[in-house]
Design a protein around this ligand. Structure first.
Ligand code: MG
Length: 231
């Protein structure tokens, strides 16, 4: 008797013509790295420490902090460790280092980056993360050698949500919009890139491994990088 077991694994593939891609722009948090670290840090760990420092209950601390975080979304200060250290009177970089064990790479990212390395495409990490946060994450994940360059929006003074960033970044690096692929978990960032004229845009369905996958209709979206392996 022969038993055939069908494994119900479905891998969808995003239509992408790799022959026409020369430059790949990759976001860091929520795209290559599990957003669980950042979500846990800002929504659990910081409220705990803030509550402790200010002798508040954890819910009380959350009620103060969450609207504060919300009001800074999309602004460069949101990603600025110095800003939050000053505002909250906490050593944000030190606290990040304290739980750095939670920093992890999303599934199949290494496979994807290794395959990209075999091609002659330019691979740039483009992040809104603060340089201190970036260094900590590169130190923990050892991903740095996979990139031709690392672009930090702080260096331009504008977050990726702003057209000014895209114009300055393109002027500096000189890539061509038509032959550029960008992968980012932030819809606001993808919209900004689309407005700027980048057509090959891909989003991430599950940026945080501890949360359910999102339904994304506005952009092509992948479950993991196996769906867009370079050919
Ligand atoms: Mg991101």
């Amino acid at each position: 008797m022969v038993t055939i077991i069908y494994l119900n694994i479905t891998i969808a593939f995003v239509m992408l013509n790799w022959n026409k891609i020369n430059t790949v722009l990759l976001d860091m948090d929520g795209t290559l790295l599990d957003l669980n670290f950042d979500n846990h840090f800002w929504l659990e760990f910081i409220p705990e420490r803030y509550a402790l420092q200010n002798q508040l209950g954890i819910e009380e601390a959350r009620n103060i902090l969450l609207p504060l975080f919300k009001s800074m979304e999309g602004k460069l200060e949101w990603y600025c460790l110095d800003y939050w250290s000053k505002t909250l009177e906490l050593d944000i970089a030190g606290l990040k280092a304290e739980i750095s064990g939670l920093i992890s790479i999303l599934p199949h990212v290494i496979e994807f980056l290794s395959a990209l390395k075999q091609t002659n495409k330019k691979v740039l990490l483009v992040t809104n993360a603060h340089r201190d946060s970036l260094s900590l994450k590169m130190e923990k994940t050892c991903l740095q050698p996979f990139f031709d360059d690392i672009i930090c929006s702080h260096d331009f003074g504008f977050a990726k949500e702003h057209q000014t960033f895209w114009q300055a970044f393109q002027n500096q690096q000189g890539w061509d919009k038509q032959s550029t692929l960008m992968v980012d978990d932030s819809l606001a960032v993808l919209r900004a890139a689309q407005t700027f004229g980048i057509n090959n845009l891909i989003s991430i369905k599950q940026p945080d491994s501890k949360k359910a996958p999102k339904t994304i209709t506005e952009f092509s979206a992948i479950n993991d990088f196996r769906e867009i392996m370079p050919t």
